[in-house]
Design a protein around this ligand. Structure first.
Ligand SMILES: [Fe+2]
Length: 243
C-alpha cells in the first residue's frame, strides 16, 4: 500500500493486477502489490479496502488485534467517503460573496469539515502504511534523522510515547523541510496541529478506537505495542519522498 490520495485509473488497475499476479507466483503478500497510486484526473480519493489493512493484521501477536484493525478500517473508509462527499459539494459551491459568513455559511461548514475529513484520511493512510513491520530501532535515513534531532532512538521513542499519551487523537513524526529535521508533533484531532512545509512520515493513532478493544484504558501499553510493529521501510520511503 502506498498513498491513497488518488483514485486508481485503468492503467493503475491493470498494473496492480499484473503485479498482484506476479506476487501470487513468487509468494509476495497481496498488500505489497497495491503500489501504484499516481495523481489522477479524478478529484476523488480512493476509498481503502480490506487489502489495505492486510499488513496491519500482522500486529496481532503484539497485541493490536485483527478485530481492532477491521473496525478501524470502517472509520478510515468514512474519512475517505466524507472527503469525496465534500469535494462534490464544493464543486457545486455558490461563490456569490453575499453567501459568505464566518458565523455560519455553506462555505464555512464545508471547508472546516473538509480539513477534518481529508486530514483524517491522510492521517490513517500513514498510520496503516507504517504499521505491521518489524519495529525495534529505526533504520536507514530516518534513524539518522531521529538521532540528529533527539540524540538517540531511545530518547525519540520516549518523546513519542509521552507525546502519544498527551495527545487527544494523534502523535505525528513530521519532516520539516525548512529546517530539514524531524519532530514529534501532537494532535488533538484530525486537523490539529500540523505546521506548513512539514511532511507527515509516521502517524500514531491514539484515539480510543485504535486500542480500547485490546488494552482498555492502558494507552501506554498500546504505544509500547505500536513501537514494536513500526514498518521502518515504509517510514524511510516516506522520508525520501518528503525530501
Ligand atoms: Fe483512527
Amino acid at each position: 500500500m502506498k498513498d491513497l490520495t488518488n483514485t486508481l485509473n485503468r492503467r493503475d488497475v491493470l498494473k496492480t493486477a499484473a503485479v498482484a499476479a506476479a506476487g501470487a507466483v513468487i509468494g509476495v503478500p497481496a498488500y505489497a502489490s497495491a503500489k501504484s497510486f499516481e495523481p489522477q484526473a479524478s478529484n476523488l480519493v480512493r476509498v481503502p479496502t480490506a487489502d489495505d489493512i492486510a499488513k496491519a493484521l500482522k500486529t496481532a501477536p503484539k497485541g493490536i488485534s485483527e478485530a481492532t484493525h477491521k473496525a478501524h478500517l470502517t472509520l478510515w473508509q468514512g474519512y475517505a467517503n466524507k472527503t469525496n462527499e465534500i469535494r462534490k459539494a464544493l464543486a457545486e459551491l455558490d461563490t456569490d460573496p453575499k453567501k459568505g459568513n464566518q458565523i455560519y455559511s455553506q462555505t464555512r461548514a464545508l471547508k472546516a469539515n473538509y480539513a477534518f475529513a481529508y486530514g483524517g484520511y491522510k492521517n490513517h493512510n500513514v498510520y496503516f502504511d507504517t504499521i505491521g513491520g518489524a519495529g525495534g530501532p529505526a533504520t536507514g535515513d530516518v534513524a539518522t534523522a531521529i538521532n540528529d534531532a533527539y540524540g538517540s532512538f531511545e530518547k525519540w521513542a520516549a518523546d513519542m510515547k509521552i507525546t502519544g499519551l498527551s495527545g487527544r487523537g494523534w502523535a505525528f513524526l513530521g519532516y520539516d523541510r525548512d529546517e530539514q529535521r524531524v519532530f514529534n508533533f501532537i494532535g488533538d484531532s484530525q486537523d490539529t496541529f500540523p505546521v506548513w512545509n512539514c511532511q507527515l512520515i509516521l502517524a500514531l493513532d491514539v484515539y480510543e478506537h485504535a486500542y480500547y478493544l485490546d488494552f482498555q484504558t492502558a494507552r501506554a501499553k498500546y504505544i509500547d505495542a505500536w513501537l514494536s510493529v513500526i514498518d521502518w521501510d515504509a517510514v524511510n520511503a516516506r522520508l525520501q519522498k518528503a525530501k
